[in-house]
Design a protein around this ligand. Structure first.
Ligand SMILES: *Cc1c(COP(=O)(O)O)cnc(C)c1O
Length: 381
């Protein structure tokens, strides 16, 4: 057990002290290609100079401003954010994490529909707080903490028949990740989200899409729902939103916003000017460096490289943009350790058998080659 910390994290035995772009350095000065990227947070790369400048500038002006008071930077941020979210998603609640973005979605869905039932997916991940955990499909995370929030039904991800059976006039919302991340990098089958949209419309339920991991260019679109031209009622965002500064957002339609009244929800730190300034810089960088298109092109390059791996250990290669999973025939952990220690490549697990890559969108092709080559060598022995 490490001193001072409760032992809830599986430690990797590495102390990281500095980052730049898609690289991080340890305390001995060794450099690593970082496909963990703060669990997919570092979309614009570590310590992007524009994010750093925005944070420093804002820290000198104003760090906290409660939401009962308006703030120039928060206002500018909200306007910019809704200019990139899908049409009709024009109202934002700002929080501090992905789980909180999901918590708000649960409360908003209850208020907007007057119903309590939530339909979520097997293998899903929505966060660790009690509400978000209630939606999360993984038994390992849920079981120690029952009873959870009642009236949550889980159906197999991708199974339209099961969804059709589960969604009815008691359903407040269907909650889904467009690409399941933690659950093993599973993109939604074509037509799945559109049919969920139709089922929700027919039942008067809301479609809540959790883009905490897939948002802000990660999958080669601003938001992954765009790949299937589906517009949700509620969009949950976090991770890449503010260059590593904690922030979450729940973006809703006018129908949902109209149901909400003062006192229904709130957050002390949510929407603080420091995070908003960082969030504005991220939106600028994504647009000006054309990182969304880059994620698409680099993702295709990475997927092609991984599909060409000759190892018999590889069972499947899946992904969308720079959200990529390599499913193995055996446990991923020993390979992740060797990638880190012998090749200085950092990658994530997603379930027991999947190596997940969530590199910054600014990763270079040369760095992607390093990752592909390291995987080739690690997996052939
Ligand atoms: C990471 C994640 C969350 C939880 O975000 P936190 O900021 O860790 O609370 C929720 N949903 C999805 C899809 C995620 O990937």
């Amino acid at each position: 057990m490490t001193s001072f910390e409760v032992p809830v994290y599986a430690k990797r035995g590495l102390t990281v002290v500095r980052g730049k772009g898609a690289l991080v350095w340890d305390d001995a000065g060794q450099v690593y290609v970082d496909c963990i990227g703060g669990h997919g947070v570092a979309v614009v790369g570590h310590s992007h100079p524009r994010v750093v400048a925005a944070i420093c500038r804002q820290a000198e002006r104003l760090i906290i401003c409660p939401n009962t008071l308006d703030n120039d930077v928060r206002r500018a941020y909200l306007e910019r954010l809704v200019s990139v979210t899908p049409p009709g998603l024009d109202y934002v609640f700002l929080a501090n994490s992905g789980a909180e973005a999901v918590e708000a979605a649960i409360k908003f869905a209850r208020v907007a529909t007057g119903r309590t039932r939530l339909v979520a997916m097997t293998r899903s991940f929505h966060g660790r707080t009690m509400g978000a955990l209630s939606l999360t499909g993984n038994r390992k995370y849920r079981d120690p903490f029952t009873p959870l929030v009642p009236d949550v039904v889980h159906v197999p991800f991708g199974d339209l028949e099961a969804a059709r059976e589960a969604v009815d006039e008691r359903t407040a919302a269907v909650v889904v990740e467009p690409v399941q991340g933690e659950g093993g990098v599973h993109p939604a089958p074509d037509g799945y989200l559109a049919t969920l949209r139709a089922l929700c419309d027919r039942a008067g339920a809301l479609l809540v899409v959790d883009e905490v991991q897939t948002g802000f260019g990660r999958t080669g679109a601003w938001f992954a729902v765009e790949h299937w031209q589906v517009i949700p009622d509620v969009l949950c965002l976090a991770k890449g939103i503010a260059g590593g500064v904690p922030m979450g957002a729940t973006v809703v339609t006018e129908r949902v916003a109209r149901a909400l009244k003062p006192g229904h929800h709130g957050s002390t730190f949510g929407g603080n000017p420091l995070a908003c300034a960082a969030g504005l810089a991220v939106l600028d960088i994504l647009a000006e460096e054309d990182l969304v298109a880059q994620a698409r092109a680099k993702g295709e390059y990475l997927l092609a490289g991984l599909r060409a791996l000759t190892s018999s250990q590889v069972r499947a290669v899946r992904g969308l943009g720079l959200m990529v999973g390599l499913e193995l025939r055996t446990r991923a952990t020993p390979y992740l350790r060797r990638l880190q220690e012998d090749y200085r490549v950092l990658a994530l697990p997603a379930g027991p058998n999947v190596i997940r890559l969530l590199p910054p969108l600014v990763i270079t092709y040369e760095q992607l080659d390093t990752v592909i080559q390291a995987l080739q060598e690690v997996l052939e022995t």
